[in-house]
Design a binder for this molecule. Structure first.
Ligand SMILES: Nc1ncnc2c1ncn2[C@@H]1O[C@H](COP(=O)(O)OP(=O)(O)O)[C@@H](O)[C@H]1O
Ligand SMILES: [Mg+2]
Length: 254
């Protein structure tokens, strides 16, 4: 059995403010998976991603990335990961081509290799005509795609995206899901968080639902839906997809 792309055991996080963001989270993401981490705002999704990528210190528990424990082999763990964070975090006065190329420098990729690779990534992501313009001119959806290009410059084995399609209009969102599906098909392991449950239901292989720092469902998309979906016919009014029903049932405020 190859090491899972991500293995998390009994992870807890209490912030300095006293907020208990994670209360003993365990989850596993197999290599090559397209994994959706779902949960309401404040459930702990970004905290899990922060700990996995070395941006946030955990309180207890263990995390390993492709078999590399983040405490014992932090650099090896980090090298496997490309991160598209929840907030845009690039210098808006730089050109997209420079932003992506320079990121290669952090990984020791020579400029002669990073530059053509950055150009190809930006073109593939539909930013071919924007790559030499000031980053200030980019729309929200373009910023997201730029961040995806930047996250892929070191050809990571594991791409983590925190709400990559938030605030992106429907057409671009489809394009982005298509692009991610293509990466997944070519073998990249993907973890994403999203509030677009119908898209996650259609595209993701495994899913975990987190609520108030605890995992309330975890498995293949079909297992989670089969286990928690009532299967009752629609009674009245609006009805979302099956995953949405499961999500609402498991995260309902009592
Ligand atoms: N830096 C921080 N300091 C204190 N509390 C935080 C910090 N970051 C997140 N939290 C709290 O931890 C909980 C989980 O937040 P987060 O992981 O961002 O959730 P999600 O990404 O699922 O919306 C929330 O109650 C949030 O307010
Ligand atoms: Mg978040």
């Amino acid at each position: 059995m190859p090491a899972p792309a991500l293995s998390i055991k009994d992870l807890t996080k209490t912030y300095a403010t006293g907020t208990q963001a994670l209360k003993g989270v365990s989850l596993e993401i197999p290599q090559g998976d397209f994994f959706a981490l779902l949960g309401p705002n404040g459930a702990g999704k970004t905290t899990i991603i922060g700990i996995t990528t070395g941006l946030v210190n955990k309180t207890s528990g263990s995390v390993s990335v492709f078999g590399h424990d983040i405490d014992k082999e932090p650099e090896l763990a980090k090298m496997q990961i490309g991160l598209v964070g929840q907030e845009a975090n690039f210098n808006p006065f730089e050109k997209p081509l420079d932003i992506v190329t320079n990121q290669g420098g952090y990984y020791g990729i020579p400029r002669s290799i990073a530059r053509p690779r950055a150009e190809k990534l930006l073109r593939d992501l539909g930013l071919g005509d924007k790559m030499n313009q000031n980053g200030l001119t980019l729309s929200g959806g373009m910023k997201r795609r730029l961040m995806i290009a930047r996250a892929l410059i070191n050809q990571p084995k594991f791409l983590i995206l925190d709400e990559p399609t938030a605030g992106v209009d429907v057409e671009l969102r489809r394009g982005m899901w298509d692009y991610l599906t293509g990466l997944s098909t070519s073998g990249l392991t993907i973890l994403l968080t999203t509030h677009y449950l119908e898209e996650a239901e259609q595209l993701c292989k495994h899913v975990a639902i987190i609520n108030k720092g605890e995992i309330v469902a975890h498995g293949t998309m079909e297992e989670v839906i089969a286990k928690h979906h009532s299967g009752e016919p629609a009674k009245d009014g609006y009805r979302g997809g099956r995953l949405e029903e499961v999500f609402l049932k498991l995260t309902f405020e009592k």
